[in-house]
Design a protein around this ligand. Sequence first.
Ligand code: NAD
Length: 372
Amino acid sequence: MPSKPKLRIGLIGSGFMGKAHVFGFASAPKVFDLPYDIELHTLADITMEAATAAANAFGFHSATDNWRALVDNPEIDVIDITAPNALHKEMALAAIAAGKHVYCEKPLAPLASDAIEMADAAEKAGVKTQVGFNYLCNPMLAFAREMIASGELGEIRGYRGIHCEDYMADATSPYTFRHDPAGGGALADIGSHALATAEHLLGPIAEVMGDCVTSIHERPDGKGGTRKIEVDDIGRAFVRFENGASGSIEGNWIATGRKMQHDFEVFGSKGALAFSQEHFNVLHFYSTADAKGLQGFRRIEAGPDHTPYGRFCVAPGHQLGFNDLKAIEVAGYVSALAGQGDEPFNFRKGAHIQGLVETIQASSSERSWRKV
Ligand code: NAD
């Protein structure tokens, strides 16, 4: 069998997302026909001990406690950043300057201006980029998007989008990088996913009216004291889409009991959709064309009719998992690196989402509507 060119990955960070990216790199070549053989080259983390343990567990050839060694290594093609938000810009700009392709977790950077600088640098250098908005990779979202675009729901009038979890609901849980005033907060951390999904389904948001709230004003600093919290625990916005639809978006990390409520509802003149990420292999569809007395939301189970589900499993209803979404994300990006299609969600798009976050925050401070 002719061998494919190698794509050598340098991964920064080995936490929650580092591991998810490794799952993506490991399964994408088995599920999709990729243009490259993926090689897990070097893993960087803060200490040599952490980097070596993760490199061994994940199957990387080598480990380092200096992420710059990855950037400087001519053997590495893609720098994959899963480190905390405040580090994304410095790492990505160094990688781009070294001519590497860059795959980076969301939010792309603490400030939209930083994210724009990163997108500009990547485009100027001609390198390809990807931001980790993995929920967009769900086959049921692709299906929902097609239904909306094809007119199945008629004229789209209303939208409700939400991303709620409760990982910050405990006021005694400590200050983390997610509370950093530069780019932290629930709206940036998870509301960004809700914004990306809303625009993926309905197109651009034109205007917002934000309401960002800090409910827990200080948290343990991990050294016996407390630290003031300046970022939002809840970020909400009324939104108007360019297509005329109106709606609301919420990002909330103190939503007690909610573990992964990345949900949406779309209301059209001929039908409606309802979706919850906690059951993300299911899409509910309501059609006004159904006979009277039989009308109601029908439950559609994900299956091979919903591309690319069938690549993972031939049987409907057997369900994909979170890490499979990362495999779909990796497959789209790796194909784009070989010129097979566009980058699914590049730095320019990531910068746009960061801009939406900041527009909502500014609108909340001014207590008035803002154009995007
Ligand atoms: P984490 O704390 O679990 O992991 C971060 C990793 O980065 C750790 O291994 C840490 O040691 C390492 N790190 C920190 N500083 C470093 C440095 N200077 N050099 C090398 N490594 C360093 O965090 P996480 O939950 O994986 O979040 C990481 C990123 O992923 C964040 O930007 C976050 O917003 C994003 N994220 C995305 C999703 C998603 O669904 N797409 C979900 C969770 C987190």
